[in-house]
Ligand binder design. Structure first.
Ligand SMILES: Cc1cc2nc3c(=O)[nH]c(=O)nc-3n(C[C@H](O)[C@H](O)[C@H](O)COP(=O)(O)OP(=O)(O)OC[C@H]3O[C@@H](n4cnc5c(N)ncnc54)[C@H](O)[C@@H]3O)c2cc1C
Length: 421
């Protein structure tokens, strides 16, 4: 059995490793010619870390990422709304990590290159089209160096892990159009600073129209008594569904003057955001976009995975984690396929599509961050006593419900941590 993966991002490379572990022959085709460590911070939630643990990556993750200790939600005035321990600090059998995306992707790339062989990761090759063939599938790529069409390449199965602008998805849904904008723009950055709070805390402050997120992402910096702090400033500038101001790109430089005036007084006793921003040399601007869930991912011997399958708002720290969960689910289905590729892809879809579609919907309602908007709506001028604004029961119910939808409630994680077979 030979599987072809279009896209060498976090989803594609994790899928390659999971399939390889099941004895499946895999080739990854990535459009970018030289894969560079791009992006700022991402979170790996415990259920995804359990998958990475089975791939033997825990030590490397612990070496480079921060083991997240707690999540704290604050109002726009910096007053605490909710605090919960995370990962092993919350009693999970596996940690949660906050890590630089590029570092994590480089780890996956190095591991995949070592285990699959360098010839199995082909860069500078963009997926163009595929068609069913006798007992398989033919695929054509474009060689980005020469512009030449490469193919047909015969394979047993195609996985479209080619991100939010997936060309494989477009082949299934040609009239879908661009991603849908939430109306919010994110400015992301990472900068070395003094540690804040526990040194392993993730914070969110504000509400649906204006938010700040910050968390440390480097264990090496922590060991030196410093914090490589990932931060995101978010502003709502348009209405949901309006065309985004720019086509989203993960490397578009942002301008401080576009958002800092609104954050000028966000100086709290636990973090001085204007000072943090003033130390930061560069930000990246990214409109918050997703796509409506589709009815099917698997068509014959081809399927979708990760952001190609279920792009979602970066709320609740789920994008990379869900791609990793897809990877293992797909490998388990393929491993037990006994030659029935189409059946395996449909089984994978049945397991993963409904839950990720529910997550896309939950993230549109701000996921666990919904409590911040509830507090803003009920007490826009601030509060003395939180319990006059929102009850402990309401806070707990919202946090628990989101964990269940995203599959990282304690019971689900314990199950995932035990075995994937
Ligand atoms: C450069 C970059 C930086 C990012 N930075 C952040 C960040 O800072 N914080 C964050 O939370 N999330 C970030 N993300 C998104 C995050 O990594 C994903 O949401 C998540 O990990 C899901 O991964 P994925 O593999 O499904 O998609 P992606 O990570 O988007 O990977 C898709 C891959 O497919 C490749 N590709 C695209 N088209 C084709 C084609 N036609 N043929 C072959 N290959 C193709 C892309 O080059 C890319 O490597 C970033 C993504 C990218 C691509």
């Amino acid at each position: 059995m030979h599987v072809t993966i279009a896209g060498g991002g976090i989803g594609g490379l994790t899928t390659a490793l999971c399939l390889h572990a099941k004895g499946v022959d895999v080739t990854v085709y990535e459009v970018v010619r030289a894969m560079e460590p791009l992006g700022v911070g991402i979170n790996l939630l415990p259920h995804a870390v359990a998958v990475l643990g089975r791939l033997g990556l825990i030590e490397a993750l612990a070496e480079s990422g921060i083991e997240t200790q707690e999540l704290i939600l604050f109002s726009k005035h910096g007053k605490e709304i909710w605090r919960e321990p995370r990962g092993r600090h919350a009693g999970y059998p596996v940690p949660q990590y906050s890590i630089r995306r590029g570092v994590f992707q480089s780890l996956l790339l190095a591991t995949a290159t070592e285990r699959l062989g360098a010839g199995s990761i082909r860069t500078g090759m963009g997926y163009r089209r595929h068609q069913a063939a006798d007992d398989g599938l033919d695929i054509w790529f474009e060689d980005r160096t020469t512009g030449a069409q490469v193919g047909p390449i015969r394979t047993d199965c195609l996985i479209g892990a080619d991100g939010i602008h997936s060309a494989v998805r477009r082949s299934f849904y040609p009239s879908e159009g661009p991603p849908r904008w939430s109306g919010a723009v994110l400015w992301r950055a990472a900068v070395e600073t003094e540690p804040f709070l526990s040194g392993a805390s993730m914070i969110m402050a504000g509400h649906a129209d204006q938010k700040l997120v910050a968390y440390p992402i480097s264990e090496a910096a922590r060991r030196r008594g410093r914090s490589l702090t990932n931060w995101i400033a978010e502003l709502r500038l348009g209405r949901p569904g309006a065309p985004p101001p720019t086509r989203e790109s993960w490397s578009k430089p942002g301008r401080f003057e576009d958002f800092m005036p609104r954050f000028q007084d966000w100086t709290f006793d636990w973090l001085d955001f204007p000072a943090l921003a003033a130390m930061t040399p560069q930000t990246f601007e990214f409109p918050m976009v997703d796509r409506d869930p589709v009815a099917a991912w698997s068509f014959g011997r081809a399927t979708l995975l990760g952001d190609a399958a279920h792009p979602m708002y970066p709320v609740g720290s789920n994008g990379a984690s869900q791609a990793i969960l897809d990877a293992e689910a797909l490998a388990v289905c393929m491993g037990g396929a006994d030659g029935d590729v189409e059946g395996a892809l449909k089984a994978y879809e049945a397991e993963r599509l409904p839950m990720t579609a529910a997550l896309v919907a939950a993230n549109r309602k701000q996921g666990p961050e919904e409590v911040m908007q509830i507090v803003e709506t009920r007490a826009p001028n601030g509060f003395e006593r939180l319990e006059d604004v929102i009850s402990r029961g309401e806070l707990e119910a919202i946090a628990a419900k989101y964990k269940q939808i995203a599959g990282f409630d304690p019971a689900s994680v314990s199950k995932v941590a035990q075995s994937a077979d």
